[in-house]
Design a protein around this ligand. Structure first.
Ligand code: ZN
Ligand code: ZN
Length: 281
């Protein structure tokens, strides 16, 4: 079985309206791409901040700019397609109860939990870049990012922990911490194991300046050794990105001795053997 659960029906630009992208024709393009890649389980997880209801959780300027759509209309639309229904929801410290209320009021198959921000600065968005104005101390940025990731896991709000070392997204364009990376991973792995959340193997990093999978092999190995379950996704924002780079993800799982991945329905998780035909790309 191969899955692609963390995916978006549209690019992140603001003009990518629901009217244009939440259509049967667009879903058909994703289903065709999944079939060609041998992916049997396909789900969609739109960014929570594109929905008006997300402003109950946080009023960050990026969210205020993007919160145009109605989350219930999205859920109704996806339920009319063969896709599993998910959402990519940021962990917003202090908004745990409001986040739980938003998620529990809808019948998601799974929720992908993300950390994109350290405080109100983004690790992966140049408009609100954490690397400007913070003194840019990599040890401090990495420490705060992984602290937020651990809190995200421990919150118990989410089923899948998205792109677990997103802080590395810019690759060589930003400095690495002086401390060993293992020191940042360790507390996150502890939180992951305690919470039971599934760790996402995301091929999105292969398309980004860093050019590697999330999580890095050493981080993934620590998760595997600690017995964490894994989920497999591309974080596609276009049909042609469905299953992107899966041969690399499968190689990593095999190297780690991980033979099963998670599938989700109604926020219940099952482990199934991983594998199948993978498109080259
Ligand atoms: Zn994300
Ligand atoms: Zn995403």
């Amino acid at each position: 079985m191969l899955t692609d659960y963390h995916l978006h029906l549209r690019p992140d630009e603001e003009e990518t309206t629901a009217e244009r992208y939440f259509t049967a024709e667009n879903v058909e393009r994703y289903l065709e791409a999944a079939a060609a890649a041998g992916i049997e389980e396909l789900g969609v997880s739109e960014h929570v901040y594109r929905f008006r209801q997300a402003l109950d959780l946080w009023r960050h300027p990026l969210w205020v700019e993007n919160a145009h759509d109605d989350i219930d209309a999205y859920c109704d639309f996806v339920r009319g397609t063969p896709l599993r229904l998910g959402v990519e929801c940021d962990y917003v410290p202090g908004a745990e109860e409001r986040t739980a209320a938003l998620l529990e009021a809808r019948d998601f198959d799974y929720v992908v939990g993300s950390v994109h921000f350290v405080g109100d600065r983004a690790v992966d968005h140049e408009g609100f870049d954490v690397w400007d104005g913070s003194g840019g101390d990599p040890d401090e940025i990495w420490r705060r990012y992984f602290e937020a990731l651990a809190e995200c896991a421990r919150s118990g709000l989410f089923d899948i922990l998205a792109h677990p070392d997103l802080v590395k997204v810019w690759g060589r364009a930003r400095p690495l911490p002086e401390r060993e990376l293992r020191a940042f991973y360790e507390p996150a792995v502890e939180a992951i194991v305690e919470s039971g959340i599934a760790v996402e193997i995301s091929t999105a990093g292969l398309r980004k300046p860093v050019g590697e999978l999330y999580p890095a092999p050493a981080f993934a190995a620590m998760c595997a050794e600690a017995g964490a379950p894994f989920a497999l996704s591309s974080d596609a924002h276009l049909p042609e990105q469905v299953g992107f780079g899966y041969e690399r993800a499968l190689e990593l799982l095999e190297r780690l001795g991980v033979g099963e991945i998670c599938v989700f329905e109604g926020r219940q998780r099952r482990l199934v053997p991983v594998g199948g035909r993978v498109a080259q790309g």
